[in-house]
Design a protein around this ligand. Structure first.
Ligand code: ASP
Length: 320
């Protein structure tokens, strides 16, 4: 009788325990910006172009992770690819400031050692994410801005370009049209879990259309738009940067996992569709946790996004 009682108690306890999460070998998610997008304003050809752009970047990242490359290498590789695509508001396709300049921000973080690097307000570095990586690995600093960032990047052998490289007719017209209202979002980012269990995140942006000359957004602010920690998750955000800074969005998601033991999904929902949704903080995040679970959470009507993992999940999407 006593044994039967003990048996029931033990079995009951085992049944109460939440199932152990499946550990994936690798996982990746990327974004090309979020915002309130009207699907009726996208032609079938537009949708195809964006999907192709997302897919090209996703395939690069997928292959690199499957081949055993590190999460840091992969997030840089994928973000570079998206920076070179004029469709997205980062690198080549960056929006203009209110005085007609391009001021780009980017960040990268290695969840293995919490090392991070970022650049802000640069207008002559072809791939700001690579400059951010140099800041992370070759300097004792985390964030370099403007001319100092450019000088450092050039010394490190990062590809420099004339500022005219960032002129695209589409973004110029967007500035002309939107001098009165905040424009389209199209920041890019990538998060990855590699086969060694390391997490990394990278984000890159031209910022917000018609932003004030000198304005820096959330992207290069570690813990706001970009964060990675092997103990919890890697996060890359996109949206109205001022709110993402004030609500320290990326770190908040990590902290909810670390201190409150929430799942990645619960944590992202709490921040993006809880805290932020009560503000004008429009946008979203992509995130991956240490098990390889992927979350693509938004409080806007669309986010250009892609995802894949070692278990065969894969896709790209635009609208909610
Ligand atoms: N978060 C970026 C910024 O505020 C913009 C965006 O994601 O679209 O600079």
């Amino acid at each position: 009788m006593k044994f039967l009682f003990l048996f029931i108690v033990v079995m009951g306890c085992l049944a109460c325990q939440s199932p152990k999460p499946v550990q994936k070998d690798w996982a990746i998610a990327l974004h090309g910006g979020a915002g309130n997008m009207d699907s009726t304003k996208f032609s079938a050809a537009d949708v195809q172009r964006y999907q192709d752009g997302l897919n090209a970047a996703l395939q690069l990242g997928k292959q690199a992770l499957a081949a055993g490359q590190s999460a840091v290498d992969v997030v840089e590789l994928v973000v570079k690819e998206l920076e070179d695509n004029p469709l997205f508001n980062a690198g080549k396709g960056s929006v203009f400031t209110n005085n007609g300049r391009n001021e780009l921000d980017a960040a990268i973080m290695d969840g293995h050692n919490l090392n991070a690097g970022a650049v802000a307000g640069v207008g002559d570095i072809r791939n700001p994410v690579s400059a951010a990586r140099q800041v992370m690995e070759q300097s004792p600093h985390v964030l370099l801005i403007g001319k100092g960032a450019s000088l450092f990047a050039a010394q490190q052998g990062v590809e420099m370009v004339d500022s005219s490289y960032f002129f695209t007719e589409k973004r110029w017209q967007l500035l002309q049209r939107a001098l009165q209202k905040a424009g389209k979002n199209g920041t890019v980012g990538c998060v990855a879990l590699d086969q060694s269990g390391n997490l990394a995140a990278a984000t890159s942006t031209g910022g917000m259309n018609n932003k004030r000359y000198g304005r820096v957004g959330d992207v290069p602010v570690i813990g706001a738009g970009t964060y990675a920690n092997n103990q919890t998750c890697a996060v890359s955000a996109t949206g109205h940067g001022e709110y993402f800074i004030r609500y320290t969005v990326a770190h908040d998601i990590s902290a909810l996992i670390e201190y409150k033991r929430l799942s990645l999904e619960e944590a992202a929902q709490t921040v993006i569709n809880g805290k932020l949704s009560n503000t004008a903080g429009n946008g979203g995040v992509i995130a991956v946790d240490k098990y390889g679970n992927i979350v693509l959470e938004m409080n806007a009507s669309g986010m250009f996004r892609g995802w894949a993992d070692s278990e065969g999940a894969e896709g790209v999407a635009i609208f909610r």
